[in-house]
Ligand binder design. Sequence first.
Ligand SMILES: [Zn+2]
Length: 74
Amino acid sequence: MDILELKCWSCGKTTMLEEGVVAQALKHMDETKQEFFDVPCPHCEKVNRTKKEVFVNAYVNRHEAAKERKKKKD
Ligand SMILES: [Zn+2]
């Protein structure tokens, strides 16, 4: 399930991150005591430095976000 939408600062394309990827990023930031995570854009390969709070919010709100997305589809 995709829970986080990132817009690339370089090419402007949107990248969706799965729940597992977000969880892994959070784990990595906890282990390294970093407040950001570098997400490479799959379209242009530029690194998108993203704040930890963005990941935390996406993870905490993942069920709500999924519901919202489902509602839009119906
Ligand atoms: Zn890009």
